[in-house]
Design a protein around this ligand. Structure first.
Ligand SMILES: [Cu+2]
Length: 213
């Protein structure tokens, strides 16, 4: 058994060494931090696993590509906002300065605070009055409204206060663009939606694999 193990270990070392050699010869083809150096085509697997930059929220209509997801904890279906790849409940610690980026190529969106709640369930009002114009001086609290964010553009918001914020888009609240945004010291993003089956090619992962700095 001992001999076998040694032989296996040597074999593994051999593989590792040749992999390193391959990477050095491959030069810039090496994937950063990864063991493989064969890059997938830009329009497939690579983009599917690509997440948003830290402290960034992406938004677009669920049927533009983000999908909708049910949150058992908040007893609500949410959509249109993500801090990873697909729609999810949002979670950040207080004091964070976040960037809200419109992932759409064609459509303006907003991020408005619909309501502040203290615990589940998250009940989204049927017909809330959501401001189209900007309101609230870049601080997330009751009455905050981002104003229209053009496709590919972004705004910044400072999370000044812990709380549970129901948020929505002033233009597409009735298209499923409403979400739960938790601001608390240990908040984490919720489970992600699965990609919608009708996802249109213009909102394929490729379109958001690149972000402005
Ligand atoms: Cu919208």
């Amino acid at each position: 058994m001992g001999r076998k193990f040694v032989a296996l270990a040597i074999a593994l070392v051999g593989v590792a060494v040749s992999a390193c050699a391959g990477r050095m010869i491959g030069g810039n083809a090496a994937a950063p931090g990864g063991g493989t150096y064969v890059l997938p085509p830009l329009d497939s697997d690579l983009a599917i696993t690509a997440n948003l930059p830290k402290n960034t929220i992406g938004e677009e209509k669920p049927d533009e590509g983000l999908g909708m997801v049910k949150s058992p904890k908040w007893q609500a279906e949410v959509g249109g906002y993500t801090q990873q790849r697909y729609s999810q409940v949002l979670g950040f610690p207080p004091g964070t300065k976040i960037t809200v980026r419109n992932l759409s190529k064609t459509t303006e969106h907003t991020l408005d605070v619909v309501k502040v709640i203290s615990k589940p369930p998250a009940i989204f009002p049927r017909n809330p009055k959501l401001l189209v114009g900007a309101h609230g001086h870049g601080k997330l609290e009751a009455g905050y409204a981002s104003g229209p964010i053009k496709p590919g553009h972004s705004v910044t918001i400072t999370l000044v206060k812990s709380g549970v914020y129901l948020i929505g888009c002033a233009f597409h609240y009735h298209f499923g663009m409403h979400d739960v945004f938790v601001v608390s010291p240990h908040a984490a993003p919720g489970k992600q939606a699965t990609p919608p089956p009708t996802s249109h090619p213009t909102t394929s992962p490729t379109s958001r694999s690149s972000y402005d700095p």
